[in-house]
Design a protein around this ligand. Structure first.
Ligand code: MG
Length: 161
């Protein structure tokens, strides 16, 4: 008998000048970057919240509070590794992970494979267990005005009972 759990994650970070753009652990050349206490990797944050949510473990703000100087400029992929360890300690593993990044610019398609390789490396996933998609917001709203980037993630966890 296999137990299953589902979790979803959402995150938004503001786009500003003078910050690097890091998505899925990959630094992308762009005139704007994401504002945040850590490296503001909005995709990795959404994935972390999906993992935590699947086991009712709260959210990333609980584990890595933005008020804690320890996490200033933190590499979010390292935080993801810590969250993954928490999941594994409780006997769960990832069945699959699906995600989408919503950004007007830059074009993310050329970077999706690198993001997938980085995240799957950290989580120990096969290529067919992880999906990272990209879309625009059709120039509508804060994402469409290039004021922010948003990410959504859904994860399925499995465990032997
Ligand atoms: Mg965040």
């Amino acid at each position: 008998m296999t137990k299953i759990r589902i979790g979803n994650g959402y995150d938004l970070h503001q786009l500003v000048e003078g910050r690097p753009l890091i998505l899925g652990g990959i630094q992308i050349e762009h005139s704007l970057g994401l504002l945040g206490h850590s490296d503001a990797d909005v995709l990795t944050h959404a994935i972390m919240d999906a993992l935590l949510g699947a086991l009712s473990l709260g959210d990333i703000g609980h584990y890595f509070p933005p008020t804690d100087p320890q996490w200033a400029g933190a590499d979010s992929v390292q935080l993801l590794a810590q969250v993954h360890e928490l999941i594994r300690e409780q006997g769960w593993q990832i069945g699959n992970l699906d995600s989408v990044v919503v950004a007007e610019r830059p074009k993310l398609k050329p970077h999706l494979a690198a993001m997938r390789d980085r995240i799957s490396g950290v989580l120990g996933l096969q290529a067919d267990q992880i999906s990272i998609k990209a879309t625009t917001n059709e120039q509508l709203g804060p994402v469409g005005r290039e004021e922010a980037i948003v990410a959504y993630a859904v994860v399925l966890l499995t465990a032997d009972s």
